[in-house]
Design a binder for this molecule. Structure first.
Ligand SMILES: [Zn+2]
Length: 222
C-alpha cells in the first residue's frame, strides 16, 4: 500500500463519481449531508473527511483502518463519529466494497416513522434489494449501540443491502460505491412512490419469485 496523499486515485475517483450521481439523481437532502466510503483492502477504506459532499474532490477522502485507525488524511471531528458505522459493516460483510449514508428525504420519512420500506418496486430488485429495508432503532450516531443495532439488522436480514437508521437516515452497502449510489437512488424513488401510493389504496406486493424473473430478464437483455 502506498502512503502518499495521492494514493488509490481510481478508487477516489469512483467515490467522487458516486457522490456526483447522488446529486445528479436528486436524492440528496437540502443540507447535502452524506458520508461515502470505498473498501481498499480487508482492513482499510477511503472515507469522506467531512459531513457535506457537494463538490466532493478526490482530496476529500481519508485513508482509514476499518478498526477506526487514521492512516492518511484528517477526518473532521464530526466524521470521526461515523468511522465505526462504516468500518464495522466492512468487517461484518467481506463482499461489501462501498457504503453510503445519506438523509435522502423520502427514505428519511420512513426512518422518522421507524417504518421498514417494503420491496414493492421493481427497480429495487433490479438494483439488488429483493427484500424489505429494515429499520435499526435510534441510538446516538456512531455509538456502540447504534453500530451494534446495524450489525444485528444485517445478521437478521442477510440479503439486505440497506438499513434505515431510525429517526436519522439510511445506510446502503453494496459491492461497489457506485452501485450503492444507484441502489440508494432506486430506494429513494421507492420510498417516494410508496408514500404516493398510500393515497391510491397502497402499493401492492410484488408477486412471489419476482427476483428470479427479474434476473432472467436482465440476463437475457445482456
Ligand atoms: Zn447522518
Amino acid at each position: 500500500m502506498t502512503d502518499t496523499h495521492s494514493s488509490h486515485q481510481d478508487l477516489r475517483a469512483s467515490v467522487v463519481e458516486a457522490a456526483r450521481t447522488l446529486f445528479a439523481n436528486g436524492v440528496m437532502s437540502h443540507t447535502g449531508h452524506a458520508n461515502l466510503s470505498a473498501r481498499v483492502d480487508a482492513s482499510t477504506m477511503l472515507l469522506t473527511t467531512g459531513g457535506q459532499v457537494r463538490d466532493l474532490a478526490p482530496s476529500g477522502l481519508a485513508l482509514v483502518g476499518t478498526d477506526g485507525t487514521a492512516l492518511e488524511g484528517q477526518l473532521d471531528p464530526v466524521n470521526a463519529e461515523i468511522v465505526h458505522m462504516h468500518g464495522e459493516v466492512y468487517r461484518a460483510k467481506p463482499d461489501v466494497g462501498g457504503i453510503i449514508h445519506t438523509h435522502s428525504p423520502a427514505l428519511l420519512a420512513f426512518a422518522l416513522a421507524n417504518r421498514p420500506l417494503r420491496c414493492t418496486y421493481e427497480a429495487m430488485v433490479r438494483f439488488g434489494q429483493d427484500s424489505e429495508v429494515p429499520v435499526v432503532p435510534w441510538a446516538p450516531r456512531g455509538s456502540e449501540r447504534s453500530v451494534g443495532g446495524i450489525l444485528d439488522a444485517i445478521a437478521e436480514h442477510p440479503r439486505t443491502e440497506a438499513v434505515l437508521l431510525g429517526n436519522h437516515g439510511v445506510l446502503v452497502f453494496t459491492d461497489t460505491v457506485m452501485r450503492a449510489a444507484l441502489l440508494l437512488s432506486a430506494l429513494e424513488e421507492a420510498a417516494e412512490a410508496e408514500m404516493a401510493a398510500e393515497g391510491l389504496g397502497g402499493a401492492r406486493e410484488l408477486p412471489a419469485g419476482v427476483l428470479a424473473d427479474v434476473r432472467a430478464a436482465m440476463a437475457a437483455a445482456k
